[in-house]
Design a protein around this ligand. Structure first.
Ligand code: A2P
Length: 352
């Protein structure tokens, strides 16, 4: 990621107890949640720098009772910054993350720019916190589906190695940014009035509709970019580089929580009761599995919450060996899928 010329003499390894924090992309759907997470989780902040495009410069966002003025992101933005949380897209990260590291900051990057680079750890604290210590100035925050899925899978995998994985996802608008969330609202209002909404952000009509994920499709493989990312990142986070994974990613008309139907094969028979017990004791996971009330994880319950909800635990009857469990998982895309996971990473860089 950093060439030898880029590399500063001393890469910051840990944060001071009261760091100067910058948010790159502060006005975006994830950026606003980064602010909320820093505030809600009582992250120590000596000073806060909010960075976005020239379009937003001069506007303000509230933080701990004060209005913080947004500044235009420039190469000079990182002087004195200890930790920079990036969420303004891959292009901005590729250009500005090395500049931030050179200025002495540790970068936690929410884009896909560096996620597969060997010297950039890809971290979900509940799954692979130990990998964090190898960072060289940049830490990658995973794709939202990979973060939510591995939070649920890691406690099971620690007890019984995973051998195969199959996922079908139901992904919210927020994964495509604030503009896609607004498009869902406006398209739904228009549809209820019997009008047609000219969609601009997503490639298909969004109200009362769902479609194959809008990431670029590889015509050779038949898999889209989102699916490829989830496969590669899930393997990396779980340290299972050869894990067979099947996946279908779907965009659904939900504002901010992703759902996923998961089938997971273990190296032995794992009963739903044992899985429930493992998940019930796992940090960041809440078991929602009430067969009597037909009550299972839902976006309305996951939205705005920190926990990944897991339920519908049952043997997958497509595998007669009994080694495969089926489950349904829902997590807030903007929180565990993005901002909260990034702030959790930053918390682990504070002096313990
Ligand atoms: P801005 O609001 O000024 O355009 P989302 O993922 O919700 O679409 O948000 C993208 C974020 O990235 C926003 O905060 C946006 O700021 C920011 N951004 C986009 N382009 C740039 C740029 N050239 N420089 C700095 N920030 C940018």
């Amino acid at each position: 990621m950093l060439t030898e010329l880029d590399r500063p003499a001393q890469i910051a390894r840990v944060l001071p107890a009261n760091p100067v924090v910058a948010i790159v992309g502060a006005t975006g759907a994830v950026g606003v949640e980064l602010l909320n997470c820093l505030e809600g989780r009582n992250f120590p902040v000596k000073a806060l720098k909010l960075l976005a495009s020239a379009r937003s410069a001069g506007k303000t966002l509230p933080f701990r009772g004060q209005d913080v003025v947004i500044e235009e992101l420039t190469e000079a933005s990182f002087a004195g910054v200890d930790v920079a949380l990036f969420s303004a897209g891959s292009g901005i990260s590729k250009k500005f993350a090395p500049i931030a590291v050179r200025a002495g900051a540790i970068v936690v990057d929410n884009s896909s720019a560096f996620r597969m680079e060997a010297n950039v750890p890809l971290i979900v604290p509940e799954a692979n916190e130990a990998a964090l210590s190898a960072h060289q100035g940049v830490i990658a925050n995973p794709n939202c589906v990979a973060a939510i899925a591995t939070t649920a899978l890691a406690p099971l995998h620690r007890a019984h190695p995973i051998r195969r994985l199959s996922l079908v996802t139901y992904q919210a608008a927020s994964g495509a940014g604030a503009a896609a969330m607004e498009e869902l609202r406006l398209a739904t209002e228009a549809a209820l009035k019997g009008e047609t909404y000219p969609h601009k952000v997503l490639p298909h009509p969004y109200a009362f509709n769902f479609f194959s994920h809008n990431a670029d499709m590889d015509p050779e493989t038949g898999y889209n970019g989102e699916e490829s990312k989830v496969v590669a990142e899930t393997r990396r986070i779980l340290s299972l580089p050869e894990l067979p994974v099947g996946i279908t990613c779907i965009r659904v008309p939900i504002l901010r929580a992703h759902g996923m139907a998961i089938s997971v094969e273990f190296d032995r028979v794992v009963s739903p009761e044992e899985a429930r017990a493992l998940l019930g004791a796992a940090p960041g996971v809440k078991v929602v599995d009430d067969r009597a009330r037909n009550y299972f994880p839902m976006p309305v319950d996951a939205s705005g919450g920190e926990d990944v909800l897991v339920g519908r635990l049952r043997p997958d009857t497509a595998d007669p060996s009994g080694k495969t469990l089926a489950m349904f998982v829902v997590g807030d895309q903007l929180l565990k899928g993005a901002a909260q996971n990034a702030v959790q990473i930053a918390e682990r860089l504070l002096p313990q």
